[in-house]
Design a binder for this molecule. Structure first.
Ligand code: SF4
Length: 510
């Protein structure tokens, strides 16, 4: 095994004298063929060139099946270049996640990019089942535990067991390119939960709005968070740019102004290829000036000669002020540090939110007027089978009508402004949104259904994205509670609030 200290990507990223360049590889469906040969050829040339510090490998991109990133990662590693494994959560439950982490560690594949992933699409005989058992925040928490000598709990199969520390270098993603306040604030809140949970570097979504790139750097500076930021610079062909402009790639915005420019450039003899590469080089140079520690390059139909041409040009553009040349904002975008008066206020506390919150506070919080009574009834119901059935039936009926409840047994309604994430969010995200929304619409139902977390933002309070300390991180759901009463689980201390109930017990004690 290669010692962790030989991790070129890690070393380069923490060295602030140089900008870290990574390049994204997209393995296709199948275990070999021309596409794979081309990828390995590019990897070999990148290794000889030396300017690219890691090759990142996507994990079933677009929700379609492809060669696993660990398999290609091993090939890349054997060529002597650091792989950066995309570790997504759409296709694996928590046990498969842990198993694959062991696999990665065993093979010294330590650089991980943690992400939820695109919603699963077609596969063998139809659309695949979306898993999303953990979200990226929870996976980062698991990785952080494995990094620090994790102990498997007593009572778990296998009993008490110490696992040796696994020194992963895991990062996360964020999109600073959201157009609406509700989407953007949530993106930053979620980013802070990921950093709090152990992310050690951040890669942005791809985008073309330089002011937004600057906004992310400024947010990190204001919060005095010094983990390395990597900007995502994607070089699309005209065909792919049209698809992106049409909103057909989850979470990606390619403004009309950029598409028109590319259409003009395509009139040239080389169909606009040089112009695209020069624009990317100007972007890299500008992002370096903005304070990014690295740039994550990607594109379609790029061979190594083109990447090399781009990197040569970056050096030529150094020190020139080129920001305006490569700034393509989407009209009516909300910016965190602007006084956005032209934007209508998105947030208005709704009557439904206020009414639900009032009931919640009175019944389910320690100081509530009905808390003790509700707790007594609930603990009594647990002791009598028939009463328990009646109690559960009543909960199911009332919450189905009010919240489309699916009886997950661990209710997080209060944490999402009294909207149910189990029925309202296709990825069942409980710690804030994924990055897939476009103009406020859900990745799974584009232009049709608003993102669950946009709706949540608009009806009540949201954690402050300027205060990392106050942002709560919810643990993963315990599936043994599924189809049971969340009220009983709450009052008997079995759900995610167990400590709160314990506190109340102590308070109640004579
Ligand atoms: S118990 Fe679960 S499924 Fe039901 S409303 Fe609460 S979060 Fe939604």
């Amino acid at each position: 095994m290669t010692p962790a200290s030989n991790n070129i990507f890690h070393k380069s990223l923490v060295d602030d004298r140089e900008i870290t360049i990574t390049y994204e590889l997209v393995p296709g469906r199948g275990s070999g063929g021309k596409r794979l040969e081309k990828i390995l050829n590019l990897a070999e040339q990148a290794k000889d060139d030396g300017r690219i510090k890691a090759l990142s490998i996507t994990d079933n991109p677009g929700g379609h099946p492809a060669l696993s990133p660990t398999s290609l990662g091993l090939d890349i590693q054997a060529l002597g270049i650091s792989p950066l494994i995309h570790f997504s959560l759409k296709d694996k439950n928590r046990n498969m996640v842990e198993s694959q982490l062991f696999e990665c560690h065993r093979h010294d594949l330590l650089n991980l990019l943690v992400l939820g992933g695109d919603y699963p699409r077609y596969g063998f005989e139809g659309q695949a089942m979306p898993v999303f058992d953990l979200d990226s925040t929870q996976l980062l928490t698991l990785i952080e535990r494995l990094r620090h000598h994790s102990t498997v709990k007593k009572g778990a199969p296998g009993g008490v067991m110490d696992l040796p520390p696994m020194d992963f270098f895991a990062g996360c993603v964020v999109s600073p390119f959201k157009v609406l306040e509700s989407e953007q604030v949530w993106q930053y809140v979620k980013l802070l939960t990921k950093i709090k949970s152990g992310a050690r570097f951040v890669i942005s979504q791809l985008g073309y709005d330089m002011k937004k790139y600057g906004e992310l750097v400024r947010l990190m500076k204001n919060l005095q968070i010094s983990i390395p930021l990597i900007a995502n610079v994607f070089i699309p062909s005209l065909g792919v740019a049209r698809i992106m402009n049409n909103g057909r790639v989850p979470g990606v915005i390619l403004p009309d102004t950029l598409l028109s420019r590319m259409e003009e450039e395509a009139e040239c003899k080389d169909r606009g290829e040089e112009a695209r590469l020069l624009r990317a080089a100007k972007m890299v140079s500008t992002l370096q000036e903005l304070g990014y520690a690295g740039v994550h390059l990607g594109g379609n139909n790029l061979d190594f000669d083109k990447i090399s041409f781009l990197l040569d040009k970056v050096d030529e553009f150094k020190g020139k002020n080129l920001e305006e040349d490569v700034h393509f904002p989407e009209p009516f975008t909300w910016y965190l540090h602007d006084d956005c008066k032209q934007h209508p206020r998105e947030r208005s506390f709704s009557f439904l939110y206020s009414a639900n919150d009032l009931v919640h506070r009175q019944v389910f919080t320690g100081k509530g007027r009905f808390f003790s009574m509700a707790k007594k009834i609930s603990l009594n119901a647990i002791k009598h089978k028939h009463l328990q059935r009646l109690y559960t039936f009543f909960e199911q009926l009332s919450k189905k009508l009010l919240f489309h409840c699916r009886m997950c047994g661990d209710c997080t309604l209060a944490e999402s402004n009294y909207l149910c994430p189990q029925s309202g969010c296709p990825k069942r995200m409980i710690n804030g949104p994924c990055g897939g929304s476009i103009n406020g619409y859900c990745e799974v139902y584009p232009k049709e259904r608003l993102c669950f977390w946009v709706r949540s933002y608009r009806r009540g309070p949201t954690p402050d994205c300027n205060n990392i300390h106050e942002i709560p991180v919810l643990p993963p759901k315990d599936w043994s509670l599924d189809q049971t009463s969340s009220w009983l689980n709450y009052f008997s201390g079995k759900d995610h609030c167990k400590l709160q109930v314990q506190d109340k017990k102590d308070e109640d004690a004579p």
